[in-house]
Design a protein around this ligand. Structure first.
Ligand SMILES: [Zn+2]
Length: 345
């Protein structure tokens, strides 16, 4: 009996141990299953989250943004013609406002809306009390004074009388000079607004910009001869204001001497197309020693301004240096083709 009881107890004890073992094994298996399930669930959740994320991203990744949003346009300029108080300036107000002269300058037309600026440039024609033209950084204005227009017209009339030129010459002289002066001041405005780096004299840099713009962006209907005539009338103005005798103030001035500005402009004109403008060297307008350097100088100046302004061209135009040069060359070819005769002085 004792033996049976002992066997029972042993069996029970063994059973309990096995049972306990079996239980723990069962628990471990269950745990592993739970863990796998949890992992699977976690993975599924993570996969779903990723899929959701991808789905959310898809419209952005797959749809080209460019085609949906129009690319940014450039900054448009503003224009104003202020009525003068002095009666003798009235005709210049009438001339400028009637023709919307500042807006219609071909080079201004070409760059109006081309560049992205921190604020618009306003082109103003106004009475200033003395002949002048300037850029006002505070007001963001390029101002052409009626007094300057008056002096320019008088000079044009003088030249017409002296050289027996055609009737329209004085008006062309006025417009060509307004054009150059406004572009010169626009250069100051661009340097200020776009924080364009300039080494050397800013006055030289903006003369170069004005000349380059008049060579590159002249109207399609203007022949090479007309472009050259405009630039030569602009350079004539430098000589008119020069006395030829200078004091220290003139040498110290921020502007180069009138004669130097004159030759710098001739150099860029000749250098832009040496074959067409060879007459400038032949007749002694541009000394040969300087002329030799001019094709390289004209190319350098044009390239420098193009590279300085390209980063500010509105994205809409997708402009590159190559595309810009191709456009310039195309325009040059059209102009040369349209020219009735090669330029003769
Ligand atoms: Zn200046």
């Amino acid at each position: 009996m004792k033996q049976r009881i002992r066997n029972f107890l042993l069996t029970l004890a063994f059973g309990l141990v096995v049972g306990a073992f079996g239980y723990s094994q069962l628990t471990a298996r269950q745990h592993a299953r739970d863990l796998a399930a949890a992992r699977a669930e976690g993975r599924a959740a993570a996969e779903k989250a990723l899929a959701d994320e991808m789905a959310a991203l898809k419209p952005v990744v797959l749809k080209p943004v460019a085609s949906e949003r129009p690319k940014a346009d450039g900054t448009r300029f503003a224009y104003e013609y202020v009525k003068p108080k002095t009666p003798e300036l009235e005709p210049f107000y009438a001339l400028a406002s009637k023709e919307d002269m500042l807006r219609q300058l071909p080079e201004i037309k070409a760059i109006d809306g081309l560049l992205v600026l921190p604020k618009p440039i306003k082109f103003v024609a106004a009475e200033c009390r003395e002949p002048d033209a300037f850029y006002s950084p505070e007001r963001g204005e390029v101002v052409m004074c009626y007094e300057t227009m008056k002096v320019l017209l008088e000079r044009g009339e003088e030249l017409t009388r002296e050289h027996g030129l055609d009737e329209d010459h004085a008006r062309r002289y006025l417009v060509a000079n307004v054009r150059f002066i406004v572009l010169h001041e626009t250069g100051h405005a661009l340097i200020d607004l776009l924080d364009i780096p300039v080494t050397g004299r800013e006055e030289d840099a903006v003369d170069q910009l004005a000349t380059t713009l008049m060579l590159r962006f002249a109207g399609k209907d203007e022949s090479s001869g007309a472009v050259a005539e405009n630039l030569r009338m602009a350079s004539n103005w430098f000589l008119v204001r020069s006395t030829g005798a200078y004091n220290l103030d003139a040498y110290a001035d921020e502007h180069a001497l009138g004669e130097q500005r004159y030759f710098n402009l001739q150099c860029l004109l000749y250098g832009s197309d040496p074959v067409r403008y060879v007459g400038l060297v032949a007749d002694g307008t541009l000394p040969e020693a300087r002329a030799k350097m001019c094709p390289a100088e004209a190319h350098r100046v044009s390239k420098a301004w193009l590279r300085l302004l390209l980063p500010h061209v509105a994205p809409k135009y997708e402009m590159t240096e190559e595309k810009a040069n191709q456009a310039f060359e195309r325009r040059q070819r059209e102009r040369n083709r349209d020219a009735e005769v090669p330029y003769v002085r």
